[in-house]
Design a protein around this ligand. Structure first.
Ligand SMILES: *Cc1c(COP(=O)(O)O)cnc(C)c1O
Length: 394
């Protein structure tokens, strides 16, 4: 289709008109099982009745005032985020990469107000993804996303994912923080072992560094805990960026911090016109309430276990094509063997009315709505079985 749009995306031919729970539906009525959910966004599925009702009710009352004025929904949701977590402070954003920007600025400013403006460097990891702002691509360090956009930004030191000794060696007098995704999404659906997260926490304590988690993709109940790092026990961050699932499909994100790491961000240090607007807060509060409702996260764990078990069976059946099953909770990857292409598998899956995504490292990525039932997992695995059978070398 000729279009004035940037050619930054190459979508398939399907055009979805509506969503119902775990399904996306074309105008023709053709129904697809959605196992990517807007890339880990539609945590409650499509058109969740409570989220729809909250958004409609807010739309009738007030859309936007900017942060010149108090937005009560922000206070409500921030209090919820802080209730059962490491966090004491919250800044609301419109997206994940803005939450990362806020996290980076907050970490550097912390050292600045503590008389150490020279501590500004941030240790990051290979395969990381932190969004597409200038700060985000520089923190992510993916050469493909950096090339052609001018000089690289100073202050990021990338080390191999999961290499504790390399992190240690990269710490200098100028290091301000360590930034890591507890489960890498974009980079290939790789979970950092719990012991590594605890190791990073320890290193940060020893050296006076701030630990920043990017839970934009792996947070919001995706792994079966509200926040992915909770699995690791004593590994709480000082700062955490969230987005994607927390808005359930309404664009929103947040930067959460401890009191010490965030209290210095006062009037004039940061801001956003739209961040935390009443519409976003109306939905964000519903999403939080659903994720923390009794039994919700237990269901996510049950579904994760079932899906992983099914996928391991599938990987055995197609061992010539599938190298391994990866990920945590309902953020799952199938790494394909050399010669087979993840995007081609996604196409064959679509031919079988299943929507999945692709990630780095030749991984087919799945991030279904958290409300899936066993029957949906079975349906997905059946479609993947057909898709893998159809997958030819090339
Ligand atoms: C998607 C993502 C981002 C960027 O979020 P946007 O809302 O696209 O800006 C940052 N970090 C991680 C881990 C992500 O998965």
């Amino acid at each position: 289709m000729p279009t004035p749009l940037f050619d930054t995306y190459a979508p398939p031919s399907q055009i979805f008109e509506r969503g119902e729970g775990v399904f996306l539906i074309e105008r023709s009525g053709d129904k697809y099982l959605d196992f990517i959910s807007g890339i880990a966004v539609n945590a409650l599925g499509h058109a969740h009745p409570k989220a729809v009702a909250a958004l409609k009710a807010q739309a009738d009352k007030l859309w936007h005032t900017s942060n010149m004025f108090t937005v009560p929904g922000q206070h409500e949701l921030a209090a919820k985020y802080c209730q059962n977590s490491f966090a004491d402070r919250v800044f609301f954003t419109n997206s994940g990469t803005e939450a990362i920007e806020c996290a980076i600025k907050t970490a550097r400013h912390y050292h600045f107000v503590n008389g150490r403006p020279d501590r500004y460097r941030i240790i990051t990891f290979t395969g990381a993804f932190h969004g597409r702002t200038y700060g985000g691509i520089n923190a992510g360090g993916n050469p493909a996303y950096l090339e052609g956009f001018g000089p690289r930004m100073e202050g990021f030191d990338s080390v191999p994912f999961g290499d504790h000794d390399a992190v240690k060696a990269a710490i200098t007098e100028e290091t301000a923080a360590i930034l890591v995704e507890p489960v890498q999404g974009e980079g290939g659906v790789r979970a950092l072992p719990d012991v590594c997260l605890r190791g990073l926490r320890q290193l940060c304590d020893e050296h006076g560094l701030l630990l920043i988690y990017d839970e934009v993709q792996c947070g919001a109940g995706r792994t079966g805990k509200l926040w992915a790092h909770e699995w690791a026990g004593r590994a709480a961050p000082d700062i955490m960026a969230v987005a994607k699932g927390v808005g359930g499909g309404f664009p929103m994100g947040a930067c959460l911090t401890t009191e010490a790491a965030g209290a210095h961000m006062v009037v004039g240090t940061h801001g956003s016109t739209f961040g935390g607007n009443p519409l976003a807060m109306a939905v964000g509060n519903v999403v939080y309430d659903e994720l923390t409702a009794p039994g919700f996260l237990e269901h996510v764990v049950d579904m994760s276990n079932f899906l992983h078990q099914q996928l391991h069976g599938l990987a055995d059946t197609h061992s010539a094509k599938v190298e391994e099953v990866r990920g945590k909770g309902l953020l799952v990857g199938l790494k394909l063997k050399t010669g087979y292409v993840n995007k081609t598998l996604a196409k064959h899956a679509r031919d079988n009315h299943l929507l999945i995504g692709a990630a780095g490292d030749n991984v087919a990525r799945m991030a279904p709505p958290l409300i899936i039932e066993e029957a949906h997992a079975r349906q997905a695995v059946e479609a993947l079985d057909k898709a893998l059978t159809a997958l030819e070398q090339g």
